[in-house]
Design a protein around this ligand. Sequence first.
Ligand SMILES: NC(=O)c1ccc[n+]([C@@H]2O[C@H](COP(=O)([O-])OP(=O)(O)OC[C@H]3O[C@@H](n4cnc5c(N)ncnc54)[C@H](O)[C@@H]3O)[C@@H](O)[C@H]2O)c1
Length: 306
Amino acid sequence: MKLTGKVAIVTGAGRGLGRAHALMLASLGAAVVVNDLGAELDGSGGSADAAESVAAEIIAAGGTAVANPDSVATSAGAAAIVETALRAFGRLDILVNNAGTTGGLVEFGDLDDDRLMSVLGSHLIGCFNVSRAVWRPMAAQGYGRIVNTTSGVGLFGMGRGVAYAAAKMGIVGLTRSLAIEGAAHGIKVNAIAPIAATRMAGPVFGALDEHLDPARVSPVVAYLAHADCRITGRVFSVGGGRVGEVFFGAADGYFNPELTPDDVAANLDAALDHTAFVLPTDAMDEVDITARMHGLCGIATNKHGD
Ligand SMILES: NC(=O)c1ccc[n+]([C@@H]2O[C@H](COP(=O)([O-])OP(=O)(O)OC[C@H]3O[C@@H](n4cnc5c(N)ncnc54)[C@H](O)[C@@H]3O)[C@@H](O)[C@H]2O)c1
C-alpha cells in the first residue's frame, strides 16, 4: 500500500499517536504537514520544537515533511495549517485530526469554563476547524480522506472525564454526518478510537503498556487515508495490533401506539431487549423502525451508500 504523490496533514503530530501516524504516512510516500502546537498536557504553553523534530525525523529517513506550529483550536490556526500544505506541496489529499488535550480528570461539579472550553476547543472545535479548512480544496478536486480521532472515553463513558467524553462523542457525530455529505465529493470520513501508551494515557493501561506502541494504531490510519479505503462513516477501536468496528444499533423495542407511562414501566425489559435491532447508517434508518411498526416501509431516502 503506497501513498506516493499524496499530501497529508496530521494534527498534533509532534508526539504520541500523531507522530506515529505522520511517520507511517511518510514511509508510504506521502508528503506530510507535521502540525503541533507543542502544548503541555493541560493545554498550556506552546513551542514549535515538537513539530519541527518530527518533520526532521521524517526528512532524515528520506521522507518529505514540513512543520507547522499553529493551533487547531482557532479557525485562523486551521487556515494556516492548510495554507502550509498548499504552499509547500501544492495540493491536499489526507487530513488526520488527532490533536487535543484532555484537561485532566475532574469532578463534574468542579468543571470550570476555562477547562471546558480548552477541551472542547482542542478536540471537537479543532476537528471542525481543520475539516472545514480542507473541505473546499478536497471537494473541488473530488477526492479526500479524513480520519478523525475519538476515544473509548467518549464512546463508552468514564467518570471525571465528562468534557473530554462529550468532545470525543461530538467527533463521532461529525464523522458520521460529514461522511454522508462527503459522498458526493469523493471524500471519505472515518474515525478511530485508539488505545496507546502515550503521554496523555499516562499509567492507565498498566501491564498492557508494553503492547501499546502508538505505531500499532497507525496502519489503520494509513488504510483509512488510502484511495482504496472502501468505507465511510465508520468508527474503529484500535490498539496493540487489534482493530474492530464500534457500531451503533437501535433496538426494535416495545411498540404500542397508545403508549402510556405505566406501559413504559411495565415493558422496560422489552425496550431494553437487543434481540431485534438495526444498525442505522443514517438518521432515517432509525425512523424506519417506527415506520415499519406502523406498516410502512422504505421511507429512508437519505443514504450515503458505502
Ligand atoms: N493514548 C490513548 O490511549 C488515546 C485514547 C483515546 C484517544 N486518544 C486520542 O488520540 C489523540 C492523540 O493523543 P496522544 O495520546 O498521542 O496524546 P499526546 O498528548 O501524546 O499528543 C497530543 C499532541 O497534540 C498536540 N496538541 C494539543 N492541542 C493542540 C492544538 N490545539 N493544536 C495543535 N496541536 C495540539 C500536543 O502538543 C501533543 O503533541 C488525541 O486526540 C487523544 O484524545 C488517545
